[in-house]
Design a protein around this ligand. Structure first.
Ligand SMILES: [Zn+2]
Length: 151
């Protein structure tokens, strides 16, 4: 496993050397100020769901909170009454709950959604996070090896 590159300014670790990002001193609790309690609870449910796949680095940025393994695989912006979030998947997934889709590359396809309360972090959302976690681990980058093993 490769060693992460650590940004000397903000101390965050990245898979790619000199990964572009915005260094920040924002703390997680700053994102909870002025938010309805159910919004904060929803965020904690999301984090708990994501960590079912393994350890997650939580990166509070200026306008959003990113979940990262080697790469960021999900990010959430806490509003007063809801959360706008997205997961990064290595395919286009259809769900009526997605509000926006953006294609960046085969391994980087953004699926955005909005959540209002903790109960919305259900099996479907957990499945999105579990699939996105694999993207965060960059395991999807070796499909040739995977298909070779299946034979
Ligand atoms: Zn930095």
């Amino acid at each position: 496993m490769q060693v992460l590159w650590i940004c000397p300014k903000c101390g965050r670790g990245f898979a790619n050397r000199n990964q572009s990002h915005s260094c920040s001193n924002v703390q997680l609790k700053d994102h909870f100020v002025g938010r309805e309690p159910q919004v904060v609870q929803t965020f904690h449910r999301l984090l708990a769901a994501a960590t079912k796949s393994g350890p997650v680095t939580v990166l509070p940025e200026k306008t959003r909170i990113a979940f990262q393994v080697r790469m960021s695989f999900a990010a959430f912006t806490l509003k007063r009454r809801w959360i706008d979030g997205h997961v990064v998947l290595a395919r286009k997934l259809d769900s009526s709950r997605f509000t926006r889709f953006e294609y960046f590359s085969p391994g980087n396809q953004l699926h955005a959604f909005r959540l209002l309360e903790p109960a919305e972090v259900d099996d479907e959302v957990e499945a999105w996070l579990a699939e996105a976690y694999l993207v965060g681990e960059q395991k999807h980058l070796s499909p040739a090896r995977r298909s070779a093993r299946q034979r």
